[in-house]
Design a protein around this ligand. Structure first.
Ligand code: DQA
Length: 140
C-alpha cells in the first residue's frame, strides 16, 4: 500500500472558516474523508501545525518511509529556507500544493522558497489541488 503524508501549515486548520471567498467553505477534515474514500488503496496520513519546527519534524519523521509528501506550507512557503532544507534532506518526493492560485494574488505570494526542493507544484484548483497531488505521486 502506498503511503502519502499530507502536511498543512499555518492557518490551514481554519479551512472552512478562513476567508471562504479564497479558500472555500469546507473544513479540511471533511474533504480528507472524501479523499480517503476515493483512494482506498493509498494510506493518506495527515498532519497540520501552525509552527514551522513541527512541520520540519514531520518531514523528518515521514520523509524516509513515506512514498510521497504533499505539503501546503501556507505562508511559510514564501519565507522558509528551513522547510526547503528539510525537504532536500529526506528521500520522499514532495508536491507543493496551494488551494488558491498564488500567482493571481499579492506579489509576496508569487515566490516560493520550497518549490525548488519539490518534485512539482500544484496550485489554484481549490481543495482539488490535493487530489491532483495524490494522482501525481501515485503515478511516479
Ligand atoms: C496558501 C497560499 C499562501 O500564500 C497562504 O499564505 C496560505 C494558503 C494556499 O493554499 O492557497 O496560507 O498556501
Amino acid at each position: 500500500m502506498k503511503k502519502i503524508q499530507i502536511i498543512n501549515g499555518p492557518n490551514l486548520n481554519l479551512l472552512g472558516r478562513r476567508e471562504p471567498g479564497v479558500y472555500g467553505s469546507r473544513s479540511f477534515e471533511e474533504y480528507l474523508s472524501e479523499l480517503r474514500a476515493q483512494y482506498p488503496e493509498v494510506q493518506l496520513d495527515y498532519f497540520q501545525s501552525n509552527h514551522e519546527g513541527d512541520l520540519i519534524d514531520c518531514i523528518h519523521s515521514c520523509g524516509f518511509e513515506a512514498d510521497g509528501i504533499i505539503l501546503n506550507a501556507g505562508a511559510y512557503t514564501h519565507t522558509s529556507v528551513a522547510l526547503h532544507d528539510a525537504l532536500r534532506a529526506v528521500e520522499a518526493p514532495a508536491v507543493e500544493v496551494h488551494i488558491s492560485n498564488v500567482h493571481t494574488r499579492e506579489e509576496f505570494r508569487h515566490h516560493s522558497l520550497i518549490s525548488a526542493a519539490c518534485r512539482g507544484v500544484i496550485c489554484g484548483f481549490g481543495l482539488d489541488s490535493y487530489r491532483l497531488a495524490v494522482e501525481a505521486l501515485i503515478s511516479l
